[in-house]
Design a protein around this ligand. Structure first.
Ligand SMILES: [Zn+2]
Length: 315
């Protein structure tokens, strides 16, 4: 009996110590970290001892109040949020003078926009560049990832004080390393064509708690500047994801059609079926093109009707 109560006492001490060691994890987050589930196949469960070590010093990391971890090995952050039922709004200051505002990563033309293509998600913006062009950090922050990845190629991911993370993929050369602090405008790598990429370009993503945000919501890619001073995240921001099943091929999303690939003609043309409420402006934005280009590709005028269900060439 004596032995049993001693054992019980020791267990209490151990549990108490454990809770104490783990305490900062719970103090610094409004999410229950035990709720985290994994959606991405390249995500592995972090080692608990490492997680505690990181969380003990999380105050040193940007947006420590938003994230439960600063993982320098796993590409995507996994912070489970029920965005479909999210009723609140999160205001993200983009041009905080304390953090030197915004610098456009690379001033080039957008060649592909954010959205679903042929049922496949394209969760960033593609910006044309040449191999060796300098790529700049969009905001001040701390590099979380700087390494080679199968699909992203050489990729840099920066966490910012405002809670956003920005991704810079397909680089030919990495010029920063994980844990390094960067300013808005720091050259973080050189443009390239690494990973799952056909032709040199920058694949740029903006994410919040691991969820991709349409970069068009943040940046005006035609003028290389911020769209607004503040980004307001609501459940609408992630509606594209909850509605993704409707974007498949043969449905209302865009789809590729093989052409005869005659000289100078692309082997595939991308079409989109016009939906109720669409405007040329909204379609152009979704596919990273302009109203003028849409009109030219389809031989229509800016004032033309957009009959629901009619297919429109979008790229
Ligand atoms: Zn891309």
């Amino acid at each position: 009996m004596k032995k049993a109560s001693l054992l019980f006492f020791l267990c209490c001490i151990l549990l108490g110590l454990n809770a104490f060691a783990g305490n900062p994890v719970f103090l610094k987050t409004n999410n229950d970290p035990t709720n985290n589930t994994t959606n991405h196949k390249d995500t592995v469960k972090a080692d608990l001892s490492k997680a505690i070590a990181v969380n003990d010093s999380l105050l040193k990391y940007p947006a420590y109040d938003v994230y439960t971890d600063f993982d320098t090995s796993v590409i995507h952050v996994v912070e489970k949020m029920d965005w479909a039922n999210f009723k609140d709004s999160i205001h993200i200051l983009l041009n905080d003078p304390e953090y030197c505002g915004y610098v456009h990563p690379f001033k080039g033309n957008v060649t592909s926009g954010f959205g679903f293509r042929h049922g496949q998600p394209h969760l960033g913006m593609d910006v044309k560049l040449e191999i060796g062009d300098s790529v700049h950090a969009a905001f001040e922050g701390k590099v979380r990832i700087a390494k080679k990845n199968k699909s992203y190629g050489n990729v840099v991911i920066i966490r910012h004080a405002n809670g956003l993370e920005t991704y810079y993929a397909h680089l030919s050369k990495l010029l920063v390393e994980a844990g390094q602090d960067v300013d808005a405008g720091t050259i973080i790598g050189l443009g390239g064509n690494t990973g799952h990429s056909f032709g040199s370009h920058l694949h740029f993503e903006v994410r919040y708690k691991g969820m991709p945000i349409d970069p068009n919501d943040v940046v005006n890619f035609a003028e290389f500047k911020l769209k607004e001073d503040t980004l307001v995240i609501t459940k609408k921001t992630f509606e594209y994801w909850t509605k993704r099943s409707t974007y498949g091929s043969g449905n209302n999303g865009s789809y590729l059609v093989k052409t005869n690939g005659a000289k100078g003609k692309p082997a595939y043309v991308r079409y989109y079926n016009i939906r109720k409420g669409d405007t040329l402006g909204s379609i152009a934005k979704r596919y990273g093109t302009t109203v003028t280009m849409l009109c030219r590709m389809n031989g229509i005028k800016t004032t033309s009707n957009l009959p629901v269900g009619k297919k429109l060439k979008v790229g």
